[in-house]
Every structure is written in structure tokens, then in C-alpha cells.
Design a protein around this ligand. Structure first.
Ligand SMILES: CC(C)(COP(=O)(O)OP(=O)(O)OC[C@H]1O[C@@H](n2cnc3c(N)ncnc32)[C@H](O)[C@@H]1OP(=O)(O)O)[C@@H](O)C(=O)NCCC(=O)NCCS
Length: 158
């Protein structure tokens, strides 16, 4: 329990990419996982913000937000919590950090797409105030959690 107290959320740096890629591999089987170069691009080069929750020993999880010019909708590209740290509130804290960042950049809505089969993630988003906005049939090229269909979920940022 002690290490829960010392957890902090901060912006990711280049030094975090290895640990982030490891969590991505733990969370998603091939071919659905982002590769390390893809994650490095998303985190270090894209118009994005990436937050990590860490303690003195481990990186517990990360979230990537993507921004596009000319829109007031911020996009959650992915959120992963290392299996050893799941169900401890890390996901909700990372979502809150991402939403704060969106608000500081003038975003009015947070949006994401998630596999219809990813019940854990859908429950997380619902708990954080997201609502299903649209069903996306055949959204994924490969099956995620047993289906290629997804839902788009949206939250109004206040
Ligand atoms: C989805 C994920 C990010 C949740 O992270 P987490 O840190 O475990 O979530 P939290 O502890 O903040 O959970 C908050 C709430 O979400 C819901 N939830 C989280 N995991 C759940 C699960 N396995 N089953 C059902 N509900 C779940 C619950 O309502 C939970 O509240 P509770 O623990 O009080 O019941 C994590 O399971 C994960 O990394 N999964 C693999 C990667 C992934 O699918 N990412 C989403 C891509 S769209």
C-alpha cells in the first residue's frame, strides 16, 4: 500500500518509451499492440500529450491524447494500465489528467473509440462520465477483444 501513496502523474519523456512499450505489450496481443516506434512517434512527435503514473519503482500506466487543429474535440488515443496495477484507480486518474490538459487547450469535448468487446475499458469510461455516441461497425482492421466493431464515446468537459 505504501507505494500507492507515493504515486505521481507527470508528462511522459523519451526515457519512458521502453516502459510504455512494455505495458502496451502486456495489455494488447499482436497484432493489435502499438509498436515501440509507433508509440515514440505518438508521444514525442505528434500533436499530443502523454501522461504517466509512476512510483519510485515502476511506471504503472499511461494515456495519450491527440489534438487536431481547428477542433474543440480532444481524442484519447489509448490508455493502458499495467496488469499488476489494474483496479486501483490508475485509469481514472490518468483520464482526469488527460481531461485537465484538454481543458487547458480549450477543448470542449473528449472523445475516444473502444472495442465493443472491451468491457473493462467501457466500464471505466462510463464511470468517468463518457456516453456512447455512435456504433462503428468494422472499425478495426484486426479483432480487438473478439470483435472488429467499436463504439465512439464522448464526454462534455466542464
Ligand atoms: C481499461 C483499463 C485502462 C482500466 O484501468 P484501471 O486502472 O484498472 O481502472 P480503474 O482502477 O481506474 O477502474 C475504474 C473503474 O473502471 C471500471 N473497471 C475497470 N476495470 C474493470 C474490469 N476489468 N471490469 C469491469 N469494470 C472495470 C470499474 O467501474 C472501476 O471502478 P471500481 O474498481 O470501483 O469497480 C485497464 O483495464 C487496461 O489497461 N486494460 C488494457 C488496455 C485497454 O484495454 N485499454 C483501453 C483501450 S481503449
Amino acid at each position: 500500500m505504501t507505494n500507492l501513496v507515493s504515486a505521481i502523474i507527470r508528462k511522459a519523456t523519451a526515457d519512458d518509451i521502453d516502459a510504455i512499450a512494455e505495458i502496451e505489450r502486456e495489455c494488447f496481443p499482436d497484432p493489435t499492440a502499438y509498436s515501440k516506434p509507433q508509440l515514440a512517434y505518438l508521444i514525442l512527435r505528434a500533436n499530443s500529450a502523454c501522461f504517466v503514473e509512476t512510483d519510485s519503482k515502476a511506471l504503472r500506466g499511461f494515456i495519450i491524447v491527440l489534438y487536431r487543429k481547428g477542433t474543440i474535440v480532444g481524442g484519447i488515443e489509448t490508455i493502458d494500465v499495467a496488469p499488476a496495477f489494474q483496479r486501483r484507480g490508475v485509469g481514472l486518474r490518468l483520464l482526469a489528467a488527460a481531461e485537465e490538459d484538454m481543458k487547458t487547450r480549450g477543448m470542449k469535448f473528449s472523445q475516444l473509440e473502444v472495442s465493443e468487446g472491451n468491457k473493462a475499458a467501457i466500464e471505466l469510461y462510463k464511470k468517468a462520465g463518457y456516453m456512447v455516441n455512435e456504433r462503428l461497425v468494422g472499425y478495426y482492421r484486426f479483432e480487438h477483444c473478439g470483435t472488429r466493431d467499436a463504439v465512439r464515446m464522448v464526454k462534455t468537459l466542464s
